[in-house]
Design a protein around this ligand. Structure first.
Ligand SMILES: Cc1cc2nc3c(=O)[nH]c(=O)nc-3n(C[C@H](O)[C@H](O)[C@H](O)COP(=O)(O)OP(=O)(O)OC[C@H]3O[C@@H](n4cnc5c(N)ncnc54)[C@H](O)[C@@H]3O)c2cc1C
Length: 292
């Protein structure tokens, strides 16, 4: 079993740090397929894999299973994501201890989105309202745990302004965040501006840009509406022109992401996190292009 290393240590060693995000499948039958996908990805040697954490019980179990199998069977550095949704402190503590005892040394610590049927985040009685509370809680329990926190170059959708969102990010960083992974964006200027604003706030943590290749126009419209990241007009226009040709859409999307990654690395980004949408081929293309 590969010893899990804090991402801060990996950041110091390997530049640029390349990571790939998977989400757990909806059914246990599909876990094998995802583990096979991780096996294929492992050949292009990403620095770590992250696995998202869902809102419901069965999704959470699958998230844990996928993370464990990628860590123990495939031999990858794995960072499970973790949210405050639907759990009391005691329950969160038990899950964090389990992560720790299973050898994980990195957790992406998040608040989570509002659950279905709610416009706003519902705080569980005895649970936490903000990711910063979760970060402080984990840090107190396991000081050597390396914690990823989320940053939003184009502002978190619920924040009244970028200014208040950056203040919240500062609290989260001061609570014990180890590095920032950004929400997806398609215009690198948004990232460069964000880095300046974060540094102006006195936050010195590494900031890993999150890049998602467009693989389907319909899908990306839905995703960008949810997370309120801007799809540049030039990209949208190019995609619309080939809307009925999935291969052409994919090719434009991957090429755009490759150009983004090349520029980010050239301009000294701390690494790149690929929102792979569980698609191996495009993730491998992006890793290989990033390594040059
Ligand atoms: C890299 C990345 C990975 C993700 N992975 C997952 C996942 O696996 N599972 C999942 O369910 N979701 C995931 N998400 C989505 C995330 O849960 C949502 O974006 C969620 O709405 C906010 O989470 P957060 O951790 O940023 O929350 P927070 O940092 O708590 O921020 C939430 C909102 O509250 C405000 N806020 C924060 N602290 C304060 C404060 N002290 N006072 C006032 N306002 C405050 C912020 O400005 C923001 O508007 C991910 C997002 C990113 C960027």
């Amino acid at each position: 079993m590969l010893k899990q290393q804090p991402i801060t240590e990996l950041l110091a060693r390997s530049q640029p740090l390349l990571s790939v995000e998977f989400f757990p499948p909806k059914s246990p039958e599909s876990v094998d397929g995802l583990v096979r996908a991780a096996n294929r990805i492992s050949e292009s040697k990403p620095d770590f894999i992250s696995v998202t954490y869902g809102a419901g019980g069965s999704t959470r179990d699958l998230s844990a299973t996928v993370s464990r199998r990628m860590k123990d069977e495939v031999g990858l550095q794995v960072m499970p994501h973790f949210t405050c949704v639907g759990s009391t402190r005691e329950e969160l503590g038990e899950i964090v201890d389990e992560f720790y005892n299973e050898g994980y040394r990195n957790i992406m610590a998040l608040r989570g989105d509002p659950t279905k049927g709610h416009d706003t985040f519902q705080v569980t009685e005895g649970g936490f309202a903000y990711a910063s509370d979760l970060v402080a809680f984990i840090k107190e329990r396991h000081p050597d745990m390396c914690l990823g926190i989320a940053g939003y170059p184009e502002k978190h959708p619920e924040a009244p302004s970028l200014d208040t969102d950056l203040n919240a990010l500062k609290i989260k960083a001061d609570s014990g965040g180890s590095f920032i992974t950004t929400q997806l964006f398609f215009d690198n200027e948004a990232y460069f501006r964000f880095v300046d604003q974060v540094r102006d706030r006195g936050i010195e943590l590494p900031i890993i840009p999150g890049i998602m290749p467009v693989l389907s126009l319909k899908q990306i419209i839905r995703i960008t509406q949810l997370c309120q990241s801007q799809l540049p007009k030039r990209l949208e226009l190019a995609l619309r022109q080939v809307e009925d040709d999935p291969n052409a859409v994919r090719s434009i999307g991957v090429e755009w992401a490759q150009r983004q990654i090349a520029e980010l690395i050239e301009q000294g980004a701390d690494g790149v996190h690929i929102y792979a949408l569980n698609k191996v081929k495009s993730a491998i293309e992006l890793i290989n292009a990033a390594r040059g």
